[in-house]
Design a protein. Structure first.
Lengths: 420, 271
């Protein structure tokens, strides 16, 4: 294999690394002593040395007083926090960079390759600032920007499921993710009436979450089982569910969930295991690295744009619909730039149509600020970027008309929100 | 109803230089605009040549059009080739192209003198004053003495005077306006003579001509000139320069430099 194709599931308490091999087999990567590929998101600096340890090794070193440990790295980064170790102040970002670097080193050592062909991070929530940070860190670690991608857990779930046998996702596929941080339910279905197929997925954090510590006692286990059973009953309702996936630290074993087991396994396939999100991310990275999807589909879920944004323009004398953002594109990577000539127009109208909705949403950008010139002598650059799956910004810049009418560089900016 | 035109290609990295206007053409849209609006400048000149074909092929990414033009250039007129370019670039609508076709026919059928006059006027309107003066100087000796030619000569002298004003040659401009007045005898020319006298105090308008202007009209021209003079600091380039005062030291300095360079370029363009 020329270069590694990796999926990294970054969480606040633990992370997972998966590698997709050429034959589409997913291998997990972990430290020696971690359980089931779960690598605690902690970092420890060895006393008096510039050596850093992550995961279980970090815990062990800190436990025996050999170093200072910092945990909750994602939360610390999100609030731009810092940690003081041996009198030195370390920014959270710096620590996270060391952590990610160590994760990559583990993968490189395991598979004997120094090159990263494609890296897909997967995170629970797509936060723009954090995503920018991940891309920057990767670049600093020597991975070119175009090889680094980020997708939501929801999308990683879809990526994982659609690479399994079709019977598994013939109808709805469900996922329970039970961790120290809470209980989250995911659901996906594939709409087959269109080409390519549309995979729709939703993520639903559940209020009924509980601390995994309760399962230390028989009463706690019974309580957890009862909570999970109620949730499953409520969530499944009368839906036709083909498969149920159970992941997260809470499902490392599930002997505590007898009653829940009966509900989820009733006339459907049920799978428990880890590396679901990192595995899904690795599958997605593999497709990107090959530049062709193994199973082509449009994914509509958290982190993906639900609408196709277009504008009408003349191309070679014919009116064409110019696609600025395609439904199902990862919002972080959805950006477009087009140059247009304004022909007797006071405003630009963009249209956004969601999959299955007949009525498009209209967005207007007034052009009144542009300098007055003869008709058709104003070239504008229109750029569109998303700041979340619903929010996008359009910038229109006056580029003039060559030497005939020099550019004023006037910029018109409008922020829009996609409904539905 | 308005529309947007999608630009297919990025601006050329090796633009097409247009010597007549001292400008570069970077895009298919600019090329279309230049051809459409400068037909009188282009017709009869060596514009549709290998340099243009290469630009269309390599820079605009339209090798098919370029090879079509190369093939047809042997048997087609310049006007036909220009029309083919405009049709292929789709910047102008079909009704506009019909109008262009008529203009091509008109220019092609015009006499050499008429074509030269159109070219001179076109250069004048593009602030290419020096070249315009050269063409007016070529045209004027050829003018006849009939009434029709007298009026045309008057117009040519008038435009020559205005071109010379653009070159700040007020003394020669005054001479041209006087010639124009002798042929046209209009107040419009007298007004120009008065204005040139005000612009350059060393160039005195002939007293006998000024005596012909009623006192009231003279007062009107005077206040008009004074009003222009007082307004001139608050519009156009002056306003652009004034806005730089609010910038910080470095931006003001670089802004001024850029502005003056722009003015110099504009002035040189007129030469």
């Amino acid at each position: 294999m020329d270069g590694l194709v990796l999926g990294i599931d970054l969480r606040n308490n633990y992370s997972e690394v998966s590698c997709c091999r050429e034959n589409m087999v997913i291998d997990s990567v972990g430290t020696d002593n971690d359980s089931h590929g779960l690598i605690p998101t902690v970092i420890c600096k060895k006393k008096g040395e510039d050596s850093w340890y992550i995961g279980e090794e970090a815990y062990r070193l800190a436990l025996f007083g050999g170093g200072t440990m910092v945990d909750q790295l994602l939360k610390l980064s999100a609030k731009n926090g810092f940690a003081t170790i041996e009198g030195v102040r370390y920014e959270a970002g710096e620590l996270l960079k060391i952590y990610i670097s160590s994760l990559l080193s583990l993968a490189k050592a395991r598979f004997g390759s120094d090159e990263i062909r494609c890296l897909m991070f997967t995170v629970a929530e797509m936060n723009a600032a954090f995503m920018d940070y991940l891309v920057d860190v990767s670049e600093e670690l020597g991975i070119p920007r175009d090889r680094v991608h980020i997708q939501s857990h929801c999308e990683s779930f879809v990526s994982y499921v659609v690479r399994q046998q079709p019977e598994i996702w013939a109808n709805t596929a469900s996922l329970f993710d039970l961790t120290d941080e809470g209980l989250t339910y995911y659901e996906m279905r594939v709409i087959r009436g269109r080409k390519p197929h549309i995979a729709e997925a939703v993520r639903q954090p559940l209020e009924e979450s509980f601390s995994l510590d309760v399962m230390d006692t028989p009463q706690g286990k019974r309580l957890a089982d009862s909570i999970m059973t109620t949730c499953a009953g409520k969530l499944f309702g009368k839906k036709v569910i083909s498969s149920v996936f159970l992941t997260g630290k809470g499902f490392l074993t599930w002997d505590w969930a007898e009653s829940f087991k009966r509900v989820v396994c009733a006339k459907r396939r049920c799978y428990t295991g880890q590396q679901l999100f990192s595995g899904g991310a690795a599958y997605a990275a593999f497709d990107i690295s090959k530049n062709r999807p193994s199973y082509p589909f449009i994914c509509i879920c958290e982190g993906r744009i639900a609408c196709t944004v277009t504008l009408n323009a003349l191309l070679d004398g014919r009116t064409e619909q110019v696609v600025l953002a395609l439904a199902g594109t990862n919002w972080y990577e959805a950006r477009s730039n087009v140059d247009l000539i304004v022909d007797d127009m006071d405003e630009i109208v963009l249209s956004a149509s969601s999959v299955g909705s007949p009525l498009p949403q209209k967005f207007t950008i007034p052009l009144g600020q542009l300098p007055a010139r003869p008709n058709r002598t104003t070239r504008i650059g229109l750029s569109l970027v998303f700041s979340s799956e619903k929010d996008f910004t359009v910038r229109v810049i006056d580029k003039g008309f060559g030497d005939l009418f020099p550019a004023s560089n006037t910029v018109i900016r409008r922020d829009f929100y996609l409904m539905g | 109803m308005g529309q947007l035109i999608l630009c297919r290609e990025l601006p050329a990295s090796n633009p097409l230089y247009i010597e007549e206007l001292d400008i570069n053409i970077y895009t298919a849209e600019e090329l279309s605009f230049y051809i459409f609006n400068n037909l009188e400048l282009i017709m009869g000149e060596d514009f549709v040549n290998e340099k243009l074909f290469r630009f269309i092929s390599d820079e605009l990414g339209r090798p098919v059009l370029a090879s079509k033009l190369r093939r047809w250039s042997k048997n087609s007129s310049q006007g036909e080739l220009l029309l083919v370019i405009l049709q292929d670039l789709h910047y102008y609508r079909s009704d506009e192209l019909s109008g262009f076709q008529e203009r091509v026919a008109h220019v092609a059928n015009a006499s050499a003198q008429e074509r030269l006059r159109q070219k001179a006027d076109n250069l004048f309107s593009k602030h290419r004053y020096y070249e315009a003066v050269l063409l007016y100087d070529r045209l004027l000796p050829e003018m006849g003495v009939e009434a029709k030619d007298r009026e045309l000569s008057g117009r040519l002298w008038f435009n020559r005077g205005s071109s010379l004003c653009g070159l700040f040659s007020f003394e020669q401009a005054m001479q041209s306006y006087i010639e124009a007045y002798q042929l046209l005898g209009s107040d419009e020319v007298l007004k120009k003579i008065y204005m040139v006298g005000r612009l350059d105090e060393s160039v005195k308008p002939p007293e006998e001509l000024m005596n012909r202007v009623p006192e009231l009209t003279l007062q009107k021209w005077k206040s008009e000139y004074d009003s222009i003079l007082s307004q001139i600091g608050y519009e156009g380039s002056a306003l652009e320069a004034a806005s730089l005062k609010d910038k910080d030291k470095h931006r003001r300095s670089s802004g001024m430099k850029e502005l003056v360079l722009g003015w110099k370029k504009e002035y040189r363009r007129g030469l």
